[in-house]
Design a protein around this ligand. Structure first.
Ligand code: GLC
Ligand code: CA
Length: 517
């Protein structure tokens, strides 16, 4: 399988993730909305980002912040109307930017009409829309279930929280003893796939540029190697190739060798799965905090690149709405070195709103909308030093989530006015990336130095005859590594430049640099 249609704009895309609840409130009700996002598009553009991923914005009881959809075709009233959303698409496009919506194909809310119908005893169009056993006393093995709340006699598999019933894409190898387990090609799973295509068709037709797909690897059940789920996505890929060849697709899967086979253009490396992403930013000793180990990450990364054979992009996010904020482990200027990494790696980089100013994880919050420990990473954006940091004119107690109350909390306004701020560094890095093909999504990478429990990390990026050496040393010591490379020109550095003789490169403590070789 090769991707025939690879949207050109992904070559140098830098994404910005917006959690719509917390970005900008335009009508003083304490929660972010589409109009608010429109007001802030110039900010995103000025930072240098060229694309947006927005978390789910559809009708929902918001038990899981909108990942429990009750109507896929309707924007949640709290954010605005479908017309407002269309206007947002238009405003994004006017600025030569793109926007991905969040598609949640694995489950719905229990309040979705499909599920209500599916709970009825009399057979109807939605009887097979979810994964049900045929007896309330039997639960689907390996999955939690919803049981005892339907007149239908059965238990329904759950995909995530207990109010998120699993949509039916079938079992990879249905057990012939269990008549209720369906195969991917049976009518129920096929109708689910058709329903998902309809939803995609609706929003793509309205002007969105593609989707970030929630739990993309979770569709087919008892599918240990993902082969059934890959097949489902290949079918959806064929539909997109026919009808929306420019739509961009990124999966929350965490296993690029699988998802890219499924026809996704991009997959995330995340805090779960085999990638060792956490070794870099979020563990007891993260590499970018200065005393960690990058070698397992690099080993796995190289393996993923080989296995996925350049079929698509492996994307490394600064964070997201499910992880602790980057700044919880990576302090102060080391965040600049972390961004030098994020913005010089292959794949499309994703910046989680607020990470560009080092927004902090807000400690000690009570869970909001199923956030639990994720809530502290979802607090409202800090724009300036006006009321509620410019996020909302609502009374403080009406805010969706409490903000960081520290006096020295970072704000966009302060950092934009300061040449030496994290914001300014991120902007500089994005600009440099945009000027060098070698640093962009599809440039090749070759690791030069990534040894166990030592620093620095060094790699060469390459495209169209240009070769750039990247050297990152977040440790507090000056370090050296053996290399015969002699850089020709420095295109970026922070914290000091490397010195090369013909055998060894010496790297200053706490530094990052890009060098043409
Ligand atoms: C994904 C989302 C997360 C959500 C879950 C269930 O992991 O990123 O926020 O809770 O799926 O949909
Ligand atoms: Ca609002």
């Amino acid at each position: 399988m090769k991707n025939n249609h690879f949207p050109k704009w992904l070559d140098d895309a830098v994404f910005y993730e917006i959690y719509p609840q917390s970005f900008q409130d335009s009508n003083a009700d304490g929660i972010g909305d589409f109009r608010g996002i429109m007001e802030r598009l110039d900010y995103i553009k000025e930072l240098g980002c060229s694309a947006i991923w927005m978390n789910p914005c559809f009708e929902s009881p918001f038990g899981d912040a909108g990942y429990d959809v009750s109507d896929y075709y309707k924007a949640a009233a709290r954010y605005g109307t479908n017309e407002d959303l269309k206007l947002l698409f238009d405003e994004v496009h006017k600025r030569d930017m793109h926007i991905l919506l969040d598609l949640v194909p694995g489950h719905t809310s229990v309040e979705h009409e499909w599920f209500r119908q599916s709970m009825r005893a009399d057979p109807n169009e939605y009887t097979d829309r979810y994964v049900w056993t045929d007896n309330v006393w039997e639960q689907p093995e390996g999955y939690a279930s919803i049981r005892g709340i339907s007149e239908r006699n059965g238990s329904c598999a759950v995909n995530f929280f207990s109010f998120q019933p699993a949509l039916n894409y079938g079992y990879y190898e249905p057990d012939p003893e269990k008549k209720w387990q369906q195969g991917i090609d049976d009518a129920g799973p096929q109708a689910t796939i058709a329903a998902v295509k309809d939803i995609m068709r609706f929003w793509l037709g309205m002007g969105c540029d593609g989707f970030r797909v929630d739990m993309a690897g979770s569709l087919v059940k008892n599918d240990v190697e993902g082969k059934g789920t890959i097949r489902v996505w290949q079918d959806i890929r064929a539909f997109l190739d026919r009808e929306f060849p420019d739509a961009a697709m990124i999966s929350e899967w965490g296993e690029p060798d699988k998802s890219l086979q499924g026809g996704f253009h991009m997959d995330f490396l995340l805090h779960f799965g085999p990638s060792h992403y956490n070794d870099l930013f979020r563990c007891e000793k993260p590499f970018f905090a200065g005393t960690g180990d990058v070698s397992a990450f690099v080993e796995k990364y190289v393996e993923s690149c080989q296995k996925s054979e350049g079929k698509g992009l492996i994307c490394i996010p600064s964070g997201n709405h499910d992880m602790e904020r980057l700044s919880r482990y990576i302090k102060g200027d080391r965040q600049k070195i972390a961004f030098a990494f994020l913005l010089s790696m292959p794949g499309a980089p994703f910046i989680y709103y607020g990470d560009e100013i080092g927004m902090r994880y807000t400690e000690g919050l009570t869970s909001v909308e199923g956030g639990y420990d994720r809530t502290g990473s979802r607090s409202p954006m800090q724009w300036d030093n006006t009321v509620n940091a410019g996020f909302s004119r609502a009374p403080k107690k009406a805010l969706y989530i409490c903000q960081d109350e520290s006096e020295d909390r970072p704000t966009a306004a302060l950092q934009m006015a300061d040449e030496k701020s994290l914001w300014s560094e991120v902007k500089r890095l994005i600009r440099i990336r945009s000027q060098h093909k070698a640093l962009q999504s599809r440039g090749r990478i070759e690791f030069v130095y990534a040894e166990k429990e030592t620093y620095p990390l060094a790699y060469i990026r390459q495209a169209e005859g240009e070769r750039i050496l990247v050297v990152l040393n977040p440790s507090e010591n000056q370090v050296t590594f053996p290399s015969e490379i002699v850089p020709a020109e420095t295109i970026y550095f922070w914290g000091g430049e490397i010195a090369a003789d013909s055998e060894v490169i010496t790297v200053p403590a706490c530094s990052a640099g890009f060098y043409v070789i």
